[in-house]
Design a protein around this ligand. Sequence first.
Ligand code: NAD
Length: 488
Amino acid sequence: MTVPTESDLLEAAPSGLFIAGEWRPATGEATFDVFDPSTGLSIKTVADGSPADGRAALDAAVEAAPGWASTPPRVRAEILRRAFDLLQQRRDEVALLMTLEMGKPLAEAYGEIAYGGEFLRWFSEEAVRISGRYGSNPEGTGRMIVSQRPVGPCYLITPWNFPLAMATRKLAPALAAGCTVVIKPAELTPLTTMYLVSLLAEAGLPAGVVNVITTTDSAGVSEPIIADPRLRKLSFTGSTPVGRRLMKQAAENVLRTSMELGGNAPFVVFGDADLDKAVDGAMLAKFRNIGQACTAANRFIVHESVAAEFATRVTARVNEFRVGRGTDEGVTIGPLINEKAVSKASHLVDDAVSRGATLLVGGSPIDRAGTFYEPTVLTDVRAGSEILREEIFGPVVSIVPFETEDDAVRIANDTEFGLVSYVFTEDFARGQRMIDRLETGMMGLNVGVVSNAAAPFGGVKQSGVGREGGLEGIHEYLETKYTLTPDP
Ligand code: NAD
């Protein structure tokens, strides 16, 4: 199959709301523009859903719920598996669409398809393994039956940074469990999710099982959906402030929630680390997705005996980057998502430097079309600098030297976030101790990327509640039901 040109692809990509199995315009034909962050130009106009459209999407999900819940698990599994196959067949289109709306280099877009697609395959395999228990009660007077039921209609809200994987990580387990959904992608990058949903429909998903609403009025559309007593579950991935707000709304109906929120990952390099591994890990943990990942290493906490060499080697690697439009051959760093992201990176770097950090490379926005920021390395970042507290969400390495293991643990845990940590050490016992001591839901021990469809992804503290992926992922969409019946 030949890959369509950018303009043919964009022209053919869905632009409407997907409700009850049909693409349709928003109320009053309202629309908004999606931009290419590498040029700042509009690439597509899509439907701008209203609260009434949100309600129609929920109506469709509610109506389709009993039929989908009683669809045999094998049938649900096969639809997900067909969607996985279709995604592989269309990966050139999906990768290009993702790069155009989000900015990541094409090679990374293919990487996201490999990762994000796996959720469709993994949960197609899990759909047929939903099981329960049956046994006598301890008194011997009755039989206890424990079964798993789909929770019911779900509302899924996803962020802009991984437009495919954040959608599949929620959609696949929800559909495998027998739940129907309304999904609301981020307004900055809705096109990939819309395309994915067209593939699910092509794979045979019945009308109403997945509904998509795109909107610039996220709060206005979401509030009534969350307040609707027919909704049974809210799953959100995004920033901690928005997650907190949604949890408050969800509390009104005691709605089940899963929250995948922000991070502030420590990347700890001990004096006994293999520096080759640590530098390779650092490049992945920091620069994947141009630093715009919840799992991005935010604070490099490096033993003072190796801090200078680590900084020099990371700087050398940064100097090899090629910054540019993600579709251009050889580009390794794309733009940040928008002007706000550039201002934030600038502010955090300027603040760190004003407090005494040393700038080794980068440190400025790039003067060209689009929203680019130079890959940057800062060392000797001082306590109290904002960059140590805030998610950077940009291509900035921030190095803090430490003396003792206790210091490293204290600095690493000194954050309200607890998503992921990275530890580099060749001392096995130390590695084991760090698993216990670092307050994060996930850890990379001598690796810079941990995400895998087969693994439970999620955080502790203010990084969230619940897990996505792995055996745990489907349980977020299942309700446990217990029945007692007298001994026959
Ligand atoms: P965001 O919180 O601004 O937006 C996330 C989603 O929520 C978007 O779809 C947005 O339109 C919607 N939204 C915003 N305000 C809303 C409201 N009041 N009501 C309902 N919906 C609303 O986050 P973002 O900028 O899109 O994404 C970046 C954030 O996401 C970072 O903090 C990052 O760490 C986090 N993130 C977390 C994970 C994870 O798995 N833990 C993964 C990716 C991103």
